[in-house]
Structures are given as C-alpha cells and as structure tokens.
Design a protein around this ligand. Sequence first.
Ligand code: PLP
Ligand code: SF4
Length: 361
Amino acid sequence: MEIWQKLLQASITRPSEVTRRFGIDPRPLEAVAERYPMRINPYYLGLIRSVGDPIWRQAIPSEEELHDAVCPADPLDEENQSPVPNLVHRYPDRALFLVCSECAMYCRFCTRKRKVGGENMVIDQKSIDGGLDYIRSHPEIRDVILSGGDPLLLSDDRLEAILKGLRAIPTVEIIRIGSRVPVVLPQRITPALVRMLRRYHPLYLNTHFNHPDEVTETAAKACARLADVGIPLGNQSVLLRGVNDDPEVMKALMQKLLTIRVKPYYIYQADMVQGTNHFRTSVEEGLAVIQSLRGHTSGMAVPAYVIDAPGGGGKIPLLPEYLQHLGSDVVLKNYRGDLYHYDNSAAPPEEKRSVAANDHY
Ligand SMILES: *Cc1c(COP(=O)(O)O)cnc(C)c1O
Ligand code: SF4
C-alpha cells in the first residue's frame, strides 16, 4: 500500500477521536457527523495548532452546521442543470463532470455538502459512460472540468480511463482537474500519477488552498511534481469566516502560492449552502481583500473575486470601484485612491482605423 493510501485509511471519521485528543466534549458533534460526513487524515490533522484555528474550522464538524435556517441545499441549481447524472452543463462551451463521490477530507464549508461523501451521490461506470456520451454528442463542449468529490481519489487506472475517454473525443480541447488533494493529501501526487497525467495534455489543475498554513513543504513538493510535467496550476479559494476573512491572511496566501508555482485563479464569495451559513462573510469584505491585493502586490497574485450566482447564473466577477465614470472622459481610481483621467473621445474614427490597419501590409 502506498503512503497516501495508508494515510487515507488512518483517517478520523468520528468526532470522539478528535475531541479526546483536544480535550473537548464530543457529544454535540456526533449528530453533525451523522448528517454530514467527516474525514480527516493524519497529515491534515497535524496542521491544526489549536482548537478553533483556521485548519480546525475547515475540517472539524461544528454544531452550527445543524442550525442553519437560511441556506438551501443546492443554491447553484446544479441538479436542474444536469442533463445526465453527474454532469453540469451551465455554460456554452464547457461542462463540469463529477467523476468521484469521495474526498480526501470533507470540508465543512463544501458547496456540494448535500451529497459529497454521502450515499445519494452515486458515481459508477454507467454515469461515467453517460457523461462521456453526452460530451461526445455536444461538440460545443471544448473544455471539460473533472470534479466531484475529488477526481484524484480515483485510482490511477480509473482516472486514466476517463482521461482516455475524453481524449478520444476530438472536440474536447482542454481538460481541467479540480482537486483539493495537493492541499489535504499531497502524498497522493506520486511520480506514477504525474507520469500518467502528462500523457493527456493540454491538462490544467485547479487546486484549493484557503490558508497560508496549508502551504507546507509536502504540499509544495506535490505542486512541483505537477508543474514539472507541464500542468499549469491554479487556485480557487473560498472566502471563509474565521479562516481567511482578513486581507493580510489572503495576501500572504496568494504570495505563498506563487512561490510554489500556483497561480491564484478565483476567490469565491461563500455560496449559500445549507450547513455552511456560519462561514459566510459580507461582499464588502471580499472587495476589501481585492483592494488590498491589486497594486499592492504582484498582479500575478490577484485572482478574480466572484460570486457563483444563486439560481445557477454562473460566476459573476466583482471589482472595487476602479472605474468611477465611463463616458468621453473616463475617470479612474488607482490602488492608492488617486483619480486619473483617460480621454475616451480621441479614438480614431472607424474609416481612419481601417486605413491604418491596411498600412500594416
Ligand atoms: C465553475 C464552473 C465552470 C468553469 O467556470 P470557469 O469560469 O470557466 O472556470 C463550468 N461549469 C460549472 C457548472 C461551474 O460551476
Ligand atoms: S474537497 Fe471540494 S468537494 Fe471535497 S469536501 Fe472539500 S470542498 Fe467539497
């Protein structure tokens, strides 16, 4: 058995095993773990420094999960945008393909909390084949995002069969893997795995770091292995109360990610998902994070801040008010708050522009 399989097998799945270690009462948490699965492997558990810290909050069940009277189970309306089981086709040219129902850790804030790790998320050969058939019969899909659950919890062979199936469809241009494994179980990124993955380029991987303490040497090594076989790495963080709802923490995270060759891609406003209301922040806080990044640090460290629109409208970007006025005079505000003007009336008229373009030849 490989190290990652041993770690996964040694995962804690009952609150009493954690609370004993930290000397707190397990009873209130048992009911939470009945409703929403828990799984924390020894590697990620080892990152906890104290009760209630940002790592703890992401991994250990909380009573608050059962006292959420605000949020619906499927706010993004994924189930209604699934033409076949386990595939969400929301945008014109790309599809989200759920290929594994398990994760290396069950994040308390998960957007698919309604089903991930539970019995009602059934992914089998039939649903995989159904997804591949759908993608094959929809040539407008040029970008397939493998998600779940976590696709990297599949065996190398099973994952390879899916990648092979996708590569046999000529209209699929790029494949993306969405995985939290580099963060929560980096030992899974083995030399054998990356040797397999490199055969299915162009392949991208978006991972999910939420806090600088997650960027360990082991995680860095996992990312290096992926980057070394030419897989561009992106990161999708969720803005979470008590985890990273602090511009300084987010800045440290974004900067650290660049040092391990991971490009910040998105920061998500927390979705309104049942059982996760205690993690939500205001939108103003998200805008403050972006404001603290743009101009103050590398542009490479600045992701897009998005809200995945409730009702299934897709991701909508939000920006602080850099554009103060749009007209023949454009008024702009820079990162220091100073105002600048751009003369928008001086663009050459259509006719002159085409002459200028012809001059080129
Ligand atoms: C996020 C998402 C995508 C990918 O969106 P990008 O902005 O291209 O990264 C595709 N489909 C669904 C259903 C999604 O939620
Ligand atoms: S790894 Fe992703 S899918 Fe799995 S529990 Fe965490 S957020 Fe949910």
